[in-house]
Design a protein around this ligand. Structure first.
Ligand code: ADP
Ligand code: MG
Length: 260
């Protein structure tokens, strides 16, 4: 077979197999290979590396879109010098995603505005950048969605959306008390993820001792906390709301709020 025919066939193969990045970079890879006097296997390696890199990038973009992350706050934008009680070292350790590979939950507790959602979202984005599937939802949204789905006999669809991803970010637990049906659904989601060793990032303004206030009874609250905390890291953030502190520093809010 002549080189020209072989080249055409290669293009056809790449197209038929959907290796579109390899197809697009075929000419430059071949040229570069010739210039650098590369051996065939090096040229192949270069071509397939490009294909895989492009696929990975697409996967990350799709996973980000599907994650439901409304405000993509990054860990790199978190100000660790702010006087919050959260060490950069701990967050750096979490950012290695070991917790995700070990199926460990990470729970951020603290008053409003101290950066719980920012840190949880930052970790979720790290997971996405490493090719993981993530789903982010507030507890309130989850309750609303499950109620609508239940009416339409489609609760299993919502349950799957929440249990399938490698990582679930469950934001704002504790702002609203749950009735028995909603609490049972939450318990099911948490149990299923626990059984599958799929971790949860969770934020809450309530300390664990007050979780029985959110749930219809203490037995359910205890069973749920049991599963959540079995393999977990808790990040307790104390201190004042980041925004309030900045406004006060800028002289816009003269008094430190007495409640804090
Ligand atoms: P929480 O979830 O604890 O109520 P958020 O994470 O929503 O608080 O933070 C409120 C706002 O303040 C967000 O816009 C967040 O990006 C910002 N913020 C909070 N803490 C920090 C920090 N240490 N560095 C940078 N931004 C912060
Ligand atoms: Mg929050």
């Amino acid at each position: 077979m002549s080189t020209a025919v072989c080249y055409e066939r290669t293009r056809e193969h790449l197209e038929a197999l959907g290796l579109l990045e390899a197809l697009a970079s075929l000419d430059s890879v071949l040229e570069e290979g010739q210039k650098q006097e590369r051996v065939t296997v090096e040229i192949l390696d270069d071509l397939l590396t490009r294909e895989r890199a492009a696929r990975f990038e697409r996967r990350v973009a799709t996973n980000l879109k599907l994650s439901g992350i409304a405000h993509p706050k990054r860990l790199e934008d978190f100000d660790f010098d702010a006087e919050v009680d959260v060490t950069q070292q701990l967050i750096q350790e979490l950012a290695t995603l070991r917790f995700l590979h070990h199926g460990e939950n990470v729970l951020f507790l603290g008053p409003p505005g101290v950066g719980k959602s920012h840190l949880a979202t930052g970790l979720a984005l790290k997971a996405i950048e490493h090719g993981h599937r993530v789903y982010s939802i507030t507890l309130h949204e989850m309750v609303e969605r499950s109620r609508t789905a239940r009416e339409r006999n489609r609760l299993h669809v919502v349950a799957n959306t929440l249990t399938r991803p490698d990582l679930l970010l469950l934001d704002e637990v504790g702002y609203l008390p749950l009735d028995r049906t909603d609490a049972t659904f939450l318990f099911e989601v948490i149990s299923r993820r626990y059984e599958a060793q799929k971790p949860i990032l969770l934020t809450s303004n309530k300390s664990y001792g007050s979780w029985s206030d959110i749930f219809p009874d203490e037995v359910l609250a205890t069973a749920l906390l049991d599963r959540l905390l079995h393999h977990s890291t808790t990040v307790n953030i104390r201190g004042e709301s980041y925004r309030l502190r900045h406004r006060r520093q800028a002289g816009l809010t003269p008094q430190k709020p007495s409640a804090e």
